[in-house]
Design a protein around this ligand. Structure first.
Ligand code: CAA
Ligand code: NAD
Length: 286
């Protein structure tokens, strides 16, 4: 696969989402640099990409050569400024905290080429507020991927009022090149996905608190009764309780809807380090 015509991609934040976004971009032929403030996170991310590529090859979903090519195209770096200096597309995937994201975008803005497309993988935060941290907000756009990125076909492209037609077109072309089906959504809290998905997740946790049924049976209710691929509590474990807590707090505050207020049990679990799959324990043992 030729990489000559494809923009180079820098993914910042190598956690649950960043490693998957870097992987699919590398598989699609982009030269990719994955950046994280934590060297340990980078090491874990590279190992997870390797395991995922192996699994896709084992299942016949990816050729061995394509996987080898993706590995060769993926590099890592600890420093944001050096990594973005030659970037065509930057995708931010650091934690769901507006101030952290704004601070990072200001740094990226100062160091990246002026023509680079700047995407954020935020689940719920205002793209316009993040874009306000850079000199030219028209090049900032929401690129909301889904977990696990290599298996999930949706890319939610979130457009704020000041985004340019060029940025929107480049975001859609990038998504299509990664094999994703894109939807375009207005920049309102929680977009089209988190606003619905998190409402279900929060209510499921309140149902555990109320003793309606066990976590396993509440999940089974939605898997067998509604044909969801996984139940809302297992999904909360997969996403990360800390991630969903931050989204819930933001949606409760911005939409003024108490349905999004994180339940007491969720706060207690996060305080105890029970973050779900990534910490080994949440509603399930992983
Ligand atoms: N790469 C490669 N393989 C992977 C993988 C990855 N990243 N993650 C899991 N797999 C593998 C598993 O190892 C497993 O392999 P085996 O069959 O060999 O055990 C396989 O995929 C799972 O296969 P299944 O047959 O069980 O399931 P499936 O392929 O039919 O579907 C799924 C898997 C697509 C993840 C499905 O379980 C699903 O749709 N889950 C719900 C995911 C979801 O809702 N995601 C959205 C979360 S919310 C979000 O992302 C937004 C936000 O802002 C928080
Ligand atoms: P995570 O906690 O798994 O990973 C975040 C990574 O960012 C960590 O490795 C951390 O070391 C790194 N980091 C923090 N600050 C940094 C900085 N300034 N510079 C470089 N690296 C930094 O988080 P995640 O679950 O991957 O979520 C990332 C973003 O994606 C959030 O906005 C979240 O809402 C969104 N999102 C998450 C999911 C999900 O299922 N977890 C799905 C879609 C979108």
């Amino acid at each position: 696969m030729s990489t000559l015509s494809l923009p180079s991609v820098v993914v910042i934040g190598a956690g649950t989402m960043g490693h998957g976004i870097a992987q699919v971009a590398a598989v699609a032929g982009h030269a990719v640099t994955l950046v994280d403030a934590s060297p340990a996170a980078l090491e874990r991310a590279v190992a997870k990409v390797g395991q995922s590529l192996d699994k896709l090859v084992e299942k016949g979903k990816l050729g061995a050569e394509a996987a080898a090519g993706a590995r060769a195209r993926l590099g890592v770096a600890a420093g944001v400024e050096d990594a973005v200096a030659g970037a065509g597309i930057v995708v931010e995937a650091i934690p769901e905290n507006l101030e952290w994201k704004k601070a990072l975008f200001a740094r990226v803005d100062a160091a990246a080429p002026s023509g680079a497309l700047l995407g954020t993988n935020t689940s719920s935060l205002s793209i316009g507020a993040i874009a306000a941290a850079v000199r030219d907000p028209s090049r900032v756009i929401g690129l909301h991927f889904f977990n696990p990125v290599p298996l999930m076909s949706l890319l939610e492209v979130v457009v704020h009022d000041a985004v340019s037609d060029d940025a929107r077109a480049r975001a859609l072309a990038f998504g299509a090149g990664l094999g994703k089906e894109c939807i375009v959504v207005r920049d309102l809290p929680g977009f089209a996905t988190s606003r619905l998905g998190v409402a279900l997740g929060m209510e499921a946790i309140r149902m555990v608190e109320d003793g309606v049924a066990s976590a396993e049976d509440i999940d089974k209710a939605m898997v067998l009764g509604y044909r969801h691929p996984v139940g809302p509590l297992r999904l909360t474990d997969m996403v990360g309780l800390d991630v969903r807590l931050a989204i819930g707090e933001h949606l409760a505050a911005t939409l003024g809807n108490p349905a999004f207020t994180p339940p007491r049990l969720m706060r207690e679990m996060v305080a105890a380090g029970q973050l779900g799959q990534k910490s080994g324990q949440g509603f399930y043992l992983w």
